[in-house]
Design a protein around this ligand. Sequence first.
Ligand SMILES: [Zn+2]
Ligand SMILES: [Zn+2]
Length: 190
Amino acid sequence: MLDELRPFYDSFSSIDELCDVLQPCPITTKDNTRVFPLKERVYLKLTIADPFASYASMAVQIIGPTEEVAHLRHVLSDGLGNWDVELDMHKNLLHIFDLCYFPMPAEIDLKKDDDEQQRCNICFEYRLDNGEVPLVSCDNSRCVLKCHASCLKEWFNTLVEGKTFLEVSFGQCPFCKAKLSTSFAVLLKN
Ligand SMILES: [Zn+2]
Ligand SMILES: [Zn+2]
């Protein structure tokens, strides 16, 4: 391994070990993003644009319901100012969000692929061939349905009136009509 690349692999190895990385799947050495849960319905997407400059080129995106994301973005931008270069990426992120650990799947949990609750409510699959899992939920906390970002995109495309998808609003939940957060758009980019 090239020594200059060590920080890149080291930063992701603690994330891979200690977070419930949902995407990409499977993880290859070429992947420079990780998506994992921060809390119920909210996910973090880490991107390291330049493996030779891990921290300098790192981006942290928060994906989830609108209000939650707005609040957590403030927490994140405050926290990034206090980034401790002595600590790894995983520990810094825990500090920023005031957590002891990121959520991991419960050991006795059903395998996600077998759990109907986890499936996409448009295509009824869990993991798609491209590795994508259903992460999009709407702003209505009582609506428990989740979808793949790509399934929603396709669904919006089929609507005759042509709903806005990636611009001002991500659109409405197909099930309860509540708002969908624009933060989910980052799931469509790799
Ligand atoms: Zn789907
Ligand atoms: Zn809904």
